[in-house]
Design a protein around this ligand. Sequence first.
Ligand SMILES: Cc1ncc(COP(=O)(O)O)c(C=O)c1O
Length: 433
Amino acid sequence: MNGAPNASAAPDGLSIEAAVAAPDGLSIEAAVAALGNGPLTEAALAAHIAPLFSRMRDAAPDRVYLANHSLGRPLDATEQDLGEGVAAWYAQMGGAWDAWMAEMRAYRTRLARLMHAASGDCIVPKTSAGQGLRAILNSYDASGERVNRLRPRVVATRGEFDSLDVILRAYAQSGRIELAFVEPRDGGRFDTGDIVDAIGERVDLVVVSEVIFNTGQRIERVDAIVERTHRAGGRVLLDVYHSLGVFPVDVAMQDVDFAVGGSYKYLRGGPGACFLYLAPRHLDGSLRTLDIGWFAKREPFSYARPDPPELAAGGDAFLESTPPVLTWYQARAGQRLALALDVERVRAYSLQQQQTLVGLLRARGFAAGGGTADHGAFVVVADPRAQSWCAALATRGIVADARGERLRLCPDILTTDEQLVRVADALGAIASR
Ligand SMILES: Cc1ncc(COP(=O)(O)O)c(C=O)c1O
């Protein structure tokens, strides 16, 4: 490849960010600083944060957007950030790799800070959460120790998102893993005791979401799942897609082995900017995966082919082939906003909004849930008509979504109380037709 990445030229990713300003001359961090240190308020968010989203607002001024749990809203700065990555390509052709690799390190560092990982080295960029899961499943094949042993035993909940679910079942169907599912109880909730029981005395991998994608349930006592898994000789992969950016996630304190997630939702980074987290104890070379490529080699640009291959130290040993680079730019503004806002404040504001919406909906006779500590960021209305309600809301300019019989409504920092009333009124009118 012309213009090989030059690791030594990498500036510190976080100082690059500080230099990047929004079009009005205000950086994201300065806009957040203008909010002050107290709890978030609708008035302060409208004054200081909404202007960072002017492109999206101007595209559809009357739209009420409550699908923030699905595709997060992009900041204006995202276009500039992408432009920066592309500009390097125009100007430097292969020489752009220095800037692109610096952005990869910045992306990894920011994610590490967001989830309290020890360092950016623990974060491996992936284009999907599912790709991260496969890298771990393919670590069992890669380690010679497994030869002549039983197939890896994997325990997962029935509430894993479709992507991880289908991958796990494909591995089970091809005989690569032995798979056990934990079923939800009545009402669709998972009981931590059921997960611990399913782990039993022998497990290799436990796959569990911190927040379940369709019900919004926050799994209780992840620590008990981790403790039991480790005692049974296994490892835990936590899916943080619906928790990172929603409430404080601390993978180090939770002592999980792996985590997967992405930027599509609460991190406002669009598709393709995902990651696999590996705990530092798995970065000493003892864990290997088949999912590698030449960027995982110790000296990829020497084009040497030692046999057996020599891989880079730490998390770089999990890199793959020539990566997509623009996703790191695409994710930058959303990560900066999430870091600057402080997730504790975002969580407090989200719970308040959810409680308001749940109250409005219950007053109109809906079975709505959300706004409690054991819940993620979206409100759920359970009803067999959820799909048709969602379509009817869309005709009134209200964007939500439905999973089966559950309508999902997710306010965010740009949602106003007046919009919440509009949604409740609209749903009331639709349901009484
Ligand atoms: C809990 C959870 N995990 C993963 C994903 C996405 O998986 P992938 O990146 O493999 O498409 C989603 C998407 O909605 C999700 O809700």
